[in-house]
Design a protein around this ligand. Structure first.
Ligand code: GDP
Ligand code: IMO
Ligand code: MG
Length: 429
């Protein structure tokens, strides 16, 4: 068997969590391969809404094993909270959740450094979720990091103190007194105490060599789905650098983040919104800082699942979508939130950019750095509520034209259409 992949093609928040939940019934294992609690994956079912940050989106399916892979970074404080919220909903994650021993830990002082780094960037700040993502991945590649497997080791506390002291020296060099710093409204010391309590709590999660677990599962005919976090345009190599996250959010990240070889990758499902959103700083050529953008934000409830920040909104960007399809090797597309465009008379789509007096359909390095002018085509809107539609042939003709248009432009078929946040509001083709 091969690992199927589901990931985001834009700047995150495409609706990955919803689709993973819908698809989980078809898979034995759901595995997160990168990112950390900067992610917020929303699931809606039976009239309730649940947001996951570290735990894979298959957790509501008791027969599906959920794996936090080696490429993920974990904040025990947040993970413990996530477990508690699931338990309140009657889910016992200790039964179908395992974690890679190789996954790195986010320390309280990583979060401190994230805040210090953002402050020192001033106007050019990245708009990080401040969950300690950048500093933790930095320590991983600098070979300073501490891993989940280390929490049972006798040297754990000593390594923790050494790394914390290093972080404190780094923070102090910018004139900030770490001892005065607050995290989630708590003093550093109080937060740290809770972090260590959380370490004890998460010891109950089964630790595994997830690379063996997944490869052996595939050998035994099990179906595995890799769940991406963030989106392709936030990838550390191919996103709008430096306004990106610190991991490889793309298909290649599945290989390093789970330990599966490239020839074991199967279907690659790319999730995208019928328009675009972005939270945090950085280029966004089709952004609509006007009534259109506001209408998208209101109709799509575009506020961050992790930070609550208002998401920037704009029209679909075909050159960017094609770039993401290419980088990931997308074999099927999944379109989300088309219902949000129902109020619009006309749907605009960016088909090319004007850059340096030339027209280009490529997201070249220079285009990514500079100010590109998006060139639009106008398509007919559908102007009807599509949220209750269950079958493709009931969809309005102009919406079906929109689907065909995107398929023609990208050269990839759309396999699923999401018309609302609930599990049931999903049309499979
Ligand atoms: P993720 O990070 O990719 O999992 O996406 P988020 O959960 O951060 O953001 C997607 C938001 O859109 C969530 O609030 C979902 O409940 C919601 N959502 C998902 N699919 C649809 C859809 O088809 N229509 C509408 N209106 N909302 C959707
Ligand atoms: P999901 O998985 C949307 C953005 C942040 C910021 C940049 C860097 O829910 O799609 P970081 O905290 O990683 O240092 O922030 O990336 N960002 C996201 N935007 N969805 C996410 O995850 C994101 N994770 C990070 O807003 O601009
Ligand atoms: Mg999200």
């Amino acid at each position: 068997m091969k690992v199927d992949v589901l990931l985001g093609l834009q700047w995150g928040d495409e609706g990955k969590g919803k689709i993973v939940d819908v698809l989980s019934a078809n898979y034995d294992i759901i595995a997160r391969f990168q990112g950390g609690p900067n992610a917020g994956h929303t699931l809606e079912m039976d009239g309730f809404k649940h947001v996951l940050h570290t735990i894979p989106s298959g957790i509501f399916h008791p027969n599906t094993l959920n794996v936090i892979g080696n490429g993920v970074i974990i904040d025990p404080f947040i993970l413990r909270k996530e477990i508690g919220l699931l338990q309140e909903k009657g889910v016992n994650p200790f039964e179908n959740l395992v974690v890679s021993k190789r996954a790195h830990l986010i320390l309280p002082s990583h979060r401190l450094l994230d805040a210090v780094n953002e402050m020192s960037r001033g106007e050019s700040k990245i708009g990080s979720t401040l969950k300690g993502i950048g500093p933790t991945y930095t320590d991983k590649t600098a070979r300073n990091g501490i891993r989940i497997g280390d929490i049972f080791m006798p040297y754990f506390e000593e390594r923790y103190q050494l790394l914390k002291e290093l972080h404190f020296r780094m923070a102090s060099s910018t004139g900030i007194d770490p001892a005065q710093f607050t995290l989630d409204g708590k003093s550093f010391g109080d937060y740290e105490k809770e972090w260590f309590q959380a370490i004890e709590a998460i010891k109950a999660i089964k630790q595994v060599d997830s690379e063996y677990l997944i490869n052996e599962a595939l050998d035994n005919g099990k179906r595995v789905l890799a769940e991406g976090a963030q989106g392709t345009l936030l990838d550390v190599d191919f996103g709008s650098y430096p306004f990106v996250t610190s991991s490889n959010t793309i298909t290649a990240g599945v290989c390093s983040g789970l330990g599966v070889a490239p020839n074991r990758i199967g279907k690659i499902m790319g999730v995208f919104k019928a328009y675009c959103t972005r939270v945090g700083s950085g280029p966004f050529p089709t952004e609509q800082e006007n009534e259109d953008g506001e209408l998208m934000r209101d109709a799509g409830r575009e506020f961050g699942s992790t930070t609550g920040r208002a998401r920037r909104c704009g029209w679909l960007d075909i050159p960017a979508l094609k770039y993401s399809v290419m980088i990931n090797g997308v074999t099927e597309l999944i379109i989300m939130k088309a219902d949000v465009l129902s109020p619009f008379d006309k749907i605009k789509v960016c088909t090319a950019y004007e850059f340096n007096n030339e027209i280009t359909e490529k997201l070249s390095y220079e285009a990514g750095q500079g100010v590109v002018v998006p060139l639009y085509e106008d398509l007919a809107g559908w102007k009807v509520d599509i949220t209750e539609i269950k079958a493709e042939n009931e969809l309005p003709a102009s919406f079906r034209d929109y689907i065909k248009y995107i398929e023609n432009k990208t050269g990839v078929g759309i396999s699923m259409i999401s018309v609302g946040p609930d599990r049931t509001q999903t049309i499979e083709r």
